[in-house]
Unconditional design. Structure first.
Length: 387
């Protein structure tokens, strides 16, 4: 193998002659030290690995690239188990600060204190993905609300879009507190920031807030614009992912000349912009974030029994649980499903609930018995209008 200048790298069986190295100076005029190429005898070269002669900073740079492109935790664990030198250099703060979200994709059944400490170490190193992942786990799974929200805020300060959107959902629902702790204006502001960074769910949330006048002055035209932008970004993300994986998009990307109507029985002419599937485009299910997969596995394995009457978000790709009774809003038509946000409701509608939603007698009886104007018989449960 040759370098860019055409010089061959030394092989193990080749004697490398030591050549004089000219001293250079940096822009300040100070002398810059140069590492001289070591002379490797055939005996030593045959017994040692050329990786051992690399300086530590180059090895750290290689490990940083590896951690940022890791597809699973084992890609990084294999480095830790190689030798003592690799183990010490791989946990360098520079390496941990650039680790990818897939490197933290630990299974819920494998969660342990060492995994918790490793995530904490990565978060302390400045890794925003680790801050967001550990923050979500602490807030929802370990029920450490303050610490979890602080970690998500730390990631949000670094313009981490999923953390901004998760904090928006917490503000919309008043998660971890009472119904009076809801702050719709803060939720809209956080959604707007995440939408500015291109977060698709935040774009949908902001579009629905503008259309419904939820936490912001109603503006149907502007809300439709945000929903159209969310649809286009969704399609672009799916096509880009398929192109990167060399997947033929013609197998699932089909268009129909007529949109598929999905008017709500209760709101037959509600204004809004339908999702891509309603135009005849069969977009695959969006890939859930690793922390949402963790939440789904965590509460699924435990049967979700941290409190009586608490529910999970009905969208299977979310995994968020309620932190108090009637925190999430129910579907205004059937009253069977509930969602933590309008974005989850919109995606679940096109993927599953559209074919199942229908008015039920029990829901109508509950409203007749004790509806307080919010669509619930207990005065605490809100409704979310059908798509």
């Amino acid at each position: 193998m040759t370098t860019r200048s055409g010089v061959c790298y030394p092989r193990a069986d080749v004697y490398v002659e030591k050549k004089p190295v000219a001293k250079t100076r940096d822009f300040a005029g100070d002398s810059m030290g140069c590492r001289k190429r070591q002379r490797l005898s055939p005996e030593i070269a045959g017994k040692s690995d050329l990786f051992d002669v690399l300086p530590d900073d180059i090895v750290v740079s290689i490990f940083s690239k590896l951690s940022s492109t890791a597809r699973c935790p084992s890609d990084f664990i294999n480095v830790l188990n190689t030798c003592k030198r690799f183990n010490s250099l791989a946990v360098n703060s520079v390496v941990l600060s650039k680790a990818s979200a897939e490197m933290f994709a630990v299974k819920a059944r494998n969660w342990s204190e060492p995994a918790h400490r490793f995530l904490k170490t990565c978060a302390d190193a400045g890794n925003v993905e680790a801050c967001y992942t550990l923050g979500m786990i602490r807030f929802y799974c370990l029920q450490n609300r303050g610490s979890g929200a602080s970690l998500m805020a730390k990631a949000a300060i670094s313009s981490h879009a999923p953390a901004l959107y998760s904090l928006a959902v917490i503000q919309f629902n008043g998660s971890g507190g009472t119904k009076n702790d809801k702050d719709l204006r803060a939720g809209v502001a956080l959604s707007a920031r995440a939408a500015f960074l291109g977060h698709i769910d935040a774009l949908r949330e902001l579009g629905h807030c503008l259309q419904d006048g939820y936490g912001v002055r109603q503006n149907i035209v502007e809300g439709r614009r945000f929903l159209v932008q969310a649809n286009s970004r969704e399609l672009a993300a799916v096509v880009s992912s398929a192109a990167a994986s060399n997947i033929n998009t013609h197998s699932w990307l089909t268009w129909s000349p007529h949109p598929i109507p999905h008017a709500s029985p209760r709101h037959p002419a509600a204004p809004g912009c339908p999702l891509l599937s309603d135009f005849g485009c069969n977009v695959p299910v969006p890939k859930a974030h690793t922390v949402n997969i963790f939440l789904t596995e965590w509460f699924g394995a435990r049967g979700w029994t941290p409190g009586a009457g608490l529910r999970l978000c009905s969208y299977v790709g979310c995994g968020r649980p309620e932190t108090r009774k009637h925190e999430f809003r129910r579907c205004s038509v059937c009253g069977v499903v509930n969602y933590c946000s309008r974005a989850c409701q919109a995606v679940d509608w096109k993927l599953r609930h559209k074919a199942e939603c229908a008015p039920v007698e029990r829901w109508l009886v509950e409203e007749a018995d004790g509806d307080d104007g919010n669509g619930a018989n207990d005065g605490n449960d809100d409704v979310i209008t059908g798509s």
